[in-house]
Design a protein around this ligand. Sequence first.
Ligand code: DLL
Length: 424
Amino acid sequence: MPIRDKNEVLKREDIQQIQLERLQATLNRVYRNVSFYQNLFNKAGIDPEKIDSLSELSKIPFTTKDSLLQNQPYGMFALPLREVVRLQSSSGTTREPIVVGYTQNDIEHWTELVARVLVAVGVTREDVVQISFDYGLFTGALGFHYGAERVGATVIPCSRLEAEKQISIMKNYRTTVLICSPSFALHVVDIISKRGISPAEFTLRIALLGSEPWSEAVRKEIEDVLHITALDNYGLSEIIGPGVSVECQEKNGLHIFEDHFIPEIIDPETGQNLSDGETGELVLTTITKEAFPMIRYRTGDLTGLDHSRCPCGRTMVRMSRVFERTDDVVIFQGIKVIPSRIEQILAEIESTKPHYRLKVDRTRSLEELEVWVEISDNIFFDEVKKLNALREKIEKKLEEAFGFFIRVKLVEPMSIQKWRNSGT
Ligand code: DLL
């Protein structure tokens, strides 16, 4: 299988040499230009000039999402806005999204990284690539758009057109590669199965899916129904967007582009570094970003690293697929649902208690998100009319806040505490 960049097959010591040089340059730059990092390093007694091995990175304190929120919108930028050619943001509509910026060089690196992702899953200039992510502040669509054009493929910028229309485009324009979230791919699968449309009517061969967790069962279903290969890719806006790591055709972990990002796995409780094979929180340091560099950023994503040889030939470390986070953020249709936001909404509604349980069925459709909400004792469970009105009211409020429908199930007082205490 073709490999786009010679850095993807470097010997370990050569990768490490590049990482060290780029890390030193980045640390010096953030120390000079970002007051957050200057204070952080000063407090921790870190002299960036004296970091002369990769192992010393672990002496530097972490950067967290809260630090980013406190420094919005431009406090973490390492360059003045006049050098920044693009702003995007993280996809959370449920919490203040993080504004991220790119210089022209950052855009160039990003384009190349996404081109590597596409080449790794088998995309060539012969392909017709349909991008079904939202073209907006979300990093997914534009990131893939530039990368796919760089590979020379034919790009269809579908954005979030409704699934029915996307399916006709897929058929009529002879799409060969679909880039979207796993939940959208499942939606397509559902429609195709329901209508009894044969996969032979399509020319699709690859689905490149990411931006939310998806199981092996979901992969199997998408592959079986559409007669294609479905591969995973991972990224986050704070680091660059898509283009951080990609699953090669071995389907045995996602290669992280280590010449741009240094990965570490830590124990989320103690912050200590963990070894290969152990599962913990992924921490990433960017070493080529100019506008928005991140030092030891805690992603909140749980994974493990594997440095063993991959038959695809890439020498870049692999991370295992991300199925879980350290926080209780639920990712649904690419939107990060922050539970505390649900709590706020429930607190504003009479007759409910802020006790709730969020349920997503990961074994099959990610379409089904349900919140179980406890009612307060002043409303009786047999007052059906009242209960229905209450349920509808909560569903409406949630839909207004999150932008999609979340089913609400009302449960009796105390039942959620009982469930939590039982530890199930
Ligand atoms: O979701 C960037 C992206 C777009 C990646 C398109 C891949 C494809 P954010 O909106 O900032 O950026 O969300 C980042 O999404 O911390 C993970 O929790 C989750 N996530 C992203 N990719 C995967 C994946 C984009 N393949 C957050 N598997 C991350 C599981 C994923 N979770």
